[in-house]
Write a protein that binds this ligand. Structure first.
Ligand SMILES: Cc1ncc(C[n+]2csc(CCOP(=O)(O)OP(=O)(O)O)c2C)c(N)n1
Ligand code: SF4
Ligand SMILES: [Mg+2]
Length: 348
């Protein structure tokens, strides 16, 4: 009698030969159903599908449930969990020290719009090349659900207490401060978030993606405007997005309908298919007006609000040498004793 041995199924790998397990992190300790977990899944898929070497990525975060999430993806990447609201300073330092790293920041609405607002501002102003994902649930999840600065006026806590202060809209603020890539998405919108993350990887500069990410434990009730139900009912997508990476043929798959391609820094393209409205994502004033209008209507406007591929990143502005500063030998970065003596002499 002969036995047939079935070979194990061959692992599916990406263009650099890695399977998806290489892009995962530890098992999540966040609440089941937390929007942040869905975002971590999209990050894993994005980096796997783009075939990015995980060890070329540096993850940065502050403090919060959102800021814990980098532990749950890209376990082979570099990571720095900084102080609450201070991720931008740490990320800026690391990315200037090693320009070859691909920076990915994950933060919360508290981390960015409350304690970290000043740091966020300067990050935007400098156009530091970093993917900046705000996991926005309108509350401080980690400290048991107090309102954050992005909570809408009139929305309520679980106890019924209303928020009396107007919200900061992180996308509108980023636009006003000169951000070069601004997008909004929803943790429940898999396809849109995937395309946005990929476009952010290809962008040369700061890519702000504000993702409404419901906190199922403290902010998913009827009075909340950051609950799954509210966002599902009020999401208004500006367009449909497809991302065509540089290693794929751009000429394929152009279907019917009005399509606009935005060429990104690394040769990839963001393919924007018109939905109901005319929208030009390269017009900053139009983006601000659209956000203003959505706010009045109580809508959650998602998609690429604005992209500007012409502004130099902080690394370009500083005209840094190609070799990462962190790997330059002492002979190139430390003045000799003679040079120091000469300077001291001049100061006498
Ligand atoms: C300097 C400092 N101030 C306050 C805190 C307390 N704290 C920890 S997390 C947090 C807010 C987290 O909210 P958010 O950034 O929105 O993240 P989420 O937990 O909602 O994902 C606060 C106030 C802290 N850890 N450090
Ligand atoms: S408390 Fe809220 S934000 Fe934190 S893990 Fe749970 S659901 Fe997510
Ligand atoms: Mg929060």
């Amino acid at each position: 009698m002969s036995t047939t041995i079935t070979p194990p199924p061959s692992k599916k790998v990406n263009r650099i030969g890695l399977d998806v397990l290489n892009y995962k992190g530890s098992k999540t300790t966040l609440c089941a159903g937390c929007g942040h977990n869905a975002i971590s899944e999209r990050i894993v898929e994005c980096f796997y599908e783009l075939g990015i070497e995980p060890w070329s990525v540096a993850k940065f975060s502050g403090i919060g449930c959102s800021s814990k999430s980098p532990a749950y993806f890209l376990g082979q990447s570099h990571g720095f969990n900084s102080v609450h609201g201070r991720m931008p300073a740490v990320a800026t330092g690391a990315l200037l020290a090693n320009r070859n790293l691909l920076g990915l920041g994950v933060t919360g609405d508290g981390d960015t719009a409350s304690i970290g607002l000043g740091q966020f501002m300067h990050m935007v102003r400098r156009n530091v090349p970093l993917i900046y994902v705000i996991e926005n649930n309108g509350v401080y999840g980690l400290t048991k659900g107090q309102f954050s600065a992005t909570a809408d006026i009139g929305s309520t806590l679980k106890t019924g207490a209303p928020n009396q202060l107007p919200p900061f809209d992180c996308c509108a603020l980023a636009l006003q401060w000169g951000a070069t890539f601004v997008a909004r998405s929803f943790s429940g919108d898999k396809k849109q978030l995937q395309s946005l993350l990929k476009a952010a990887v290809a962008h040369n500069g700061l890519a702000v993606i504000d993702v409404i990410s419901p906190c199922v434990t403290f902010n998913d009730h009827d009075g909340s405007t950051k609950s799954y139900a509210y966002v599902k009912d009020h999401e208004e997508a500006l367009h449909e997005l497809d991302f065509v990476p540089f290693f794929e043929d751009i000429s394929v798959e152009i279907g019917e309908g009005e399509v606009r391609d935005v060429a990104l820094h690394d040769g990839s393209h963001l393919r924007i298919r018109k939905l109901d409205r005319e929208y030009d994502p390269t017009n900053r004033m139009a983006a601000l007006a659209a956000l203003e209008e959505a706010e009045t209507k109580g809508e959650v406007l998602t998609g690429v609000l604005y992209v500007n591929t012409n502004k130099p990143s902080f690394i370009d502005v500083l005209d840094l040498v190609d070799q990462p500063l962190a790997t330059l030998p002492d002979s190139l970065v430390r003045p000799s004793h003679a040079a120091l003596d000469e300077i001291m002499e001049e100061l006498r």
